[in-house]
Design a binder for this molecule. Structure first.
Ligand code: GDP
Length: 303
């Protein structure tokens, strides 16, 4: 229900446009595809993704000898789901959790996208699953970031390992790992600073943090989650590009999907950068983080 509600802006904008298009055209022709292309681009699906999709649709429509626009709707959904999964198995939205061992999750993203909030929600989810969770306050750069993480730690009943503002993020993460080991924690979620202005700095800092994690916990980090704000549309896509060039991003947390009609960005990120969206943020509350469900998402667009 929350999922439906959170998607309502994207859904109503998208489905009303598609339904309008289908009603007006009836017959599948060149012009129909051109307008469809426009509808998809305004939903922020991304130009390259839309081009590929339209090509595939045209082929499929020819192959199945579809003449009626109403039938095309089903093919669009099928193709969108295909675009999401690519050649991968359906498990791409699952987190890589090490049962019975420490799982380290690194969270990256620029300021304001909802990084702290998402870490808090994620910690809450793990807690609910009965896991022992710790947070490491590695964003030592942004004023107030540590305190804000502590507020979320209190809300979700999870301890926060910290040092003072301005200290070395890698040192904080190191402390976090030692604490996680000595307390037998299941999950350590590491916050990081998100300075994009200086790409070299960002890369160096993330690399340093990653080296510490790799050295202290073999096989870690098990996930590097990039937090993106869906309301920023194509800007989110360019942030994803920059971060994925700086570090191996394993998944996306797409926040504020409740406040936007730009939900199509999910498909662009997956298709153009080959990074799966694993969670979506659908509100400001502690429960408002959902595992991303590609089928529900795509079919929801037409509901
Ligand atoms: P950070 O700077 O990246 O750590 O961002 P914050 O976690 O402080 O979030 C910035 C703002 O976005 C806050 O007002 C949050 O309540 C809000 N926010 C975060 N996630 C969501 C979401 O999924 N939906 C909505 N509507 N607001 C969100």
């Amino acid at each position: 229900e929350k999922y439906k509600e959170g998607m309502s802006k994207t859904r109503s904008s998208f489905s009303s446009k598609i339904n309008d298009l289908i009603a007006r055209y009836r017959k599948v022709d060149e012009e129909f595809f051109e307008e469809l292309e426009e509808v998809l681009i305004t939903a922020d699906v991304g130009v390259n993704t839309v081009m590929d999709l339209i090509d595939e649709l045209e082929m499929e429509v020819k192959r199945r000898n579809i003449k009626d626009t109403a039938e095309v709707k089903e093919v669009i959904s099928e193709k969108l789901v295909e675009i999401y999964y690519g050649d991968d198995e359906e498990e791409i939205t699952d987190l890589n959790i090490q049962e019975g061992e420490l799982t380290v999750i690194l969270v990256v993203g620029v300021n304001g996208v909802g990084k702290t909030t998402s870490i808090g929600k994620l910690a809450h989810q793990f807690k609910e699953q009965g896991k022992k969770v710790l947070l490491a306050a590695g964003d030592t750069f942004r004023a107030g970031a540590i305190e804000q993480l502590e507020v979320w730690g209190e809300r979700s009943g999870v301890d926060v390992i910290k040092q003072q503002e301005g200290s070395d993020p890698a040192a904080v993460i190191f402390d976090g790992i030692q604490a996680a080991k000595s307390r037998n924690a299941d999950i350590l979620i590491c916050d990081t600073a998100g300075r994009l202005q200086n790409k070299v700095n960002l890369m160096n800092e993330l690399a340093k943090v990653k080296r510490v994690i790799e050295r202290e916990v073999p096989g870690a980090p098990h996930e590097v989650l990039l937090v993106l704000d869906a309301t920023t549309g194509q800007n989110a896509l360019s942030q994803a590009k920059t971060f994925s060039e700086s570090t191996d991003v394993t998944g996306i947390i797409l926040t504020k999907l409740d406040g936007t009609a730009k939900g199509g960005i999910v498909l662009a990120i997956r298709h153009e950068l080959n990074i799966p969206v694993k969670f979506v943020g659908l509100g400001e509350g502690i429960e408002d983080l959902r595992k991303f469900d590609p089928h529900a998402f795509v079919y929801g667009l037409f509901a």
